[in-house]
Design a protein around this ligand. Sequence first.
Ligand code: GLN
Length: 494
Amino acid sequence: MTDLTKLSLADARKGLNDKSFTALELTDAYIGAIEAANPKLNAYVATTPEKARDMARASDEKLGKGQGGPLEGIPLGIKDLFATKGVHTQAASHILDGFKPEYESTVTANLWRDGAVMLGKLNMDEFAMGSSNETSYYGPVVSPFRAEGSNANLVPGGSSGGSAAAVSAWLCAAATATDTGGSIRQPAAFTGTVGIKPTYGRASRWGTVAFASSLDQAGPIARTVEDAAMMLTSMSGFDPKDSTSVDLPVPDFAAAVERGVKGLTIGVPREYRMDGMPGEIEKLWSEGLEWLKAEGASVRDISLPHTKYALPAYYIVAPAEASSNLARYDGVKYGLRVTGKDITDLYELTRAAGFGREVKRRIMIGTYVLSAGYFDAYYVKAQKVRTLIKKDFEDAFHAGVDAILTPATPSAAFGIGDEALAADPVAMYLNDVFTVTVNMAGLPGIAVPAGKDAQGLPLGLQVIGKPFDEETLFAAARVIEKSAGGDFAPKQWW
Ligand code: GLN
C-alpha cells in the first residue's frame, strides 16, 4: 500500500469513501509517523493515540453506513492553543501546567462534528508570541527543511510552528493554527504549506486561549489549497458564544478553489517594496503577478500609505490586549501554583516562574502602554493608526481592486538560535512586516508556496482579500499553486 500519510487531505477523504483503506489504517499510519519523527522535530507536545483510534473506529462505522461527514476519518493535529476536553491544553506555557479543560473549543468541536480524528496537540510559541517557535516552554520545533548542503536546524516559523512542521513532515493530514499578526501565514511560508487567516469573525474564538482578542483568528495549515479550503469550511461558522463571531453563511470554500482569476484586478501595494528586500523575494513577487495575469487577471499598482506604521502599532495593541488577557493566570484558577507567604506573593512567584521571557516582555509593554499618563500617547494613538490602516485597504477595494498580492515573509526560514535575532527582539518582530496589516484591518490573508530561495528553502506569497471573500483568496492561491508547480515537500532526514 502507498504511504497513506503522503496523501492530500482531499485524496485521503476519497480513499476512505472508496474503501481503499480504513480510517483506522490511516490513523495508525500517522501515529507511526509521529512516533518516529517527533523525537527529532518536537512538533507535538502531547499525543492522544488511544483517543485517535477510538475516533477512527467510530468514523469507520459511519463510513460503512455511508454517513461520513466532510472530514470523516481525517487525522488532524491541533495547536496547543485550542481547548480540547480532557486533553493537554497549555498554550506551550509552563503557567498552564497540567491544565486539561472541561470543555471543547468551538473550532475543534466543529472539526469533530464533521468527522475528523485528533492525533494530539501541537507545539507553538508560548501564548502564540513569537515567529520562530523558540519561545515554547517545550523547546523549539525543528523544521523538516534544511538548506542545501547543510545539516543546521532551521525554525519552522511561529507561532504555529508545530502545526506547520507537522503538516509538511506528514505527521497529520492538516492542522489547526491561529494568527494574531502572522502566525499562520509566516510558518506556512517557511514550510512550503498553505495557511489561511480568515476574516476576523469567520471562526469562533470561543475556547481558544486568548492572546490579543481583537486580532486573534483561527485558521488551517494544510498541504494544498484545496485541503485548506476543506478545513476552513469545517472550522468556520457563527457561534453565539463568541460575540465577535459573525452570523454569515459559510460557503463551501473547496467549491471556489478552481474558480480561476479571470477578470479580477490584483493590487500591488507600492509600500510593500521594502528597502533591502532580497532580490529573490522581489523576483517571486513579480513571478506571482505574471502567473495571475496569464490566467486573465489584471494587475494594478496601489498605495497603502500607512503600512509603515502597522508593525509599531501592532506591538502596542497586541501587548496591551495580552497584558489584560494574561492577568487571569495567577496560580489560583488553573495551572502552575508557587505558594508564597500571602496571596500577593503567590501571584508574583507563580507569574515569575510560569511565564517565559517573551511573554513577560509583552506583559510589561502592554501594562505600560495602558497605564494612566501613557494610554493616550500610545494605546489610543495605535488604535487611530489601526483605523487608518483599515481605511487604506477599504480605499483600494472601493477603487476596484479584488485582491492584493504581496510576499508572505521578508526571507526564508532562519536557523534555530540565530544570534542576531536572539539579541534583538525587534529584528524578530520584522518577520511579520507583510502579515500584521491584515490582522490590524481584520481582513483575510492566505500564504501559498510559490518558489524557493537560493538554498532550496520554500518561499511564500500572500493574497489579501476583502472581508468575508476567502473564496477569491482560495481561487488566486490555487492559480499560484498550480503555476509554481514545484515540489514543496521536505527531503526526509528524520
Ligand atoms: N509574531 C507575532 C507576535 O509575536 C505574531 C504572532 C501571532 O500571530 N500569534 O506577536
